[in-house]
Write a protein that binds this ligand. Structure first.
Ligand code: ZN
Length: 255
């Protein structure tokens, strides 16, 4: 029975590890989004400058097109002025040319303003280039580490699952069924609990001396009267190596 108890403990350790890994893996999208969000927050100021630069660039292009239209308008007006045949045509051409010139002057001012904004933004971005590249490098590094971690966790989960199947198979049918029944019913999934200092370490209920003595002997499966977990006892001198049965158990053939 002692060997079987050790297998149960190993199974419990494996299940706990599976649950932890599973919850880590379930939170991957959220954790990835958190990293992206943090980066976006850090990059916010830079994004604002980039936006100002892009806006100025587009606006300038639009103004240049308009300016070209007004220049064409002025040329046409000047041609009309040269070929005007009467007072009326002459006045109209003069008026048209003046209006075009006025527009051109305004547009040229606006283009200059946009160019200034554009240059300022570009200067700022250039000045902050080291900061930007550091930030991007850090972010890429973090994402890489994150992807690496999730890959490892996924691999570990697959390994633990195999280990679990192996442990389940090596246990006597009745015992594995008992374990399954308890672990699915109990909220935290922990079906095995250490009896320590005369109490169940899972529910903290004091154990009757006779129960404690039986658990200590380890000859049969004893359950906690209160939480129904399978109890086991770790002698004081091996208490620090509690996780060791996990590796030892695999070599023990259940009887
Ligand atoms: Zn208990």
């Amino acid at each position: 029975m002692k060997a079987e108890l050790e297998q149960l403990i190993a199974l419990q350790n494996t299940d706990t590890s599976i649950r932890r890994l599973q919850s880590e893996i379930d939170s991957i999208p959220q954790r990835r989004a958190d990293i992206e969000k943090e980066f976006e927050q850090r990059a916010f100021e830079i994004r604002a400058i980039e936006m100002r630069r892009d806006d100025a660039r587009h606006e300038r292009a639009r103004l240049e097109t308009e300016l070209q239209e007004q220049r064409t308008r002025l040329e046409r007006a000047e041609r009309n002025l040269m070929s005007s045949k009467n007072e009326h045509e002459y006045t109209a051409a003069i008026r048209e040319a003046d209006a075009a010139r006025k527009q051109i002057s305004q547009l040229e001012t606006q283009v200059l303003e946009k160019m200034e904004t554009l240059e300022q933004a570009e200067t700022q971005l250039k000045e902050r280039e080291p900061e930007i590249s550091t930030m991007q490098a850090e972010h890429e590094e973090r994402m890489k580490a994150f992807e690496e971690q999730t890959r490892t966790q996924t691999e570990q989960l697959a390994e633990r699952r195999q280990e679990r199947d192996r442990l389940m198979e090596s246990l006597p049918k009745q015992l594995s069924a008992t374990y399954k029944r308890i672990s699915t019913r109990i909220r935290d999934g922990v079906a095995v609990a250490e009896a320590r200092n005369g109490s169940c370490s899972a529910c903290f209920m004091a154990l009757r001396p006779q129960v404690m003595a039986e658990v200590r002997r380890g000859e049969e499966i004893i359950m906690c009267d209160n939480c129904n977990r399978i109890l086991y006892y770790v002698p004081a001198d091996t208490a620090q190596n509690k996780t060791r049965p996990a590796s030892a158990a695999s070599e023990v053939v259940a009887s």
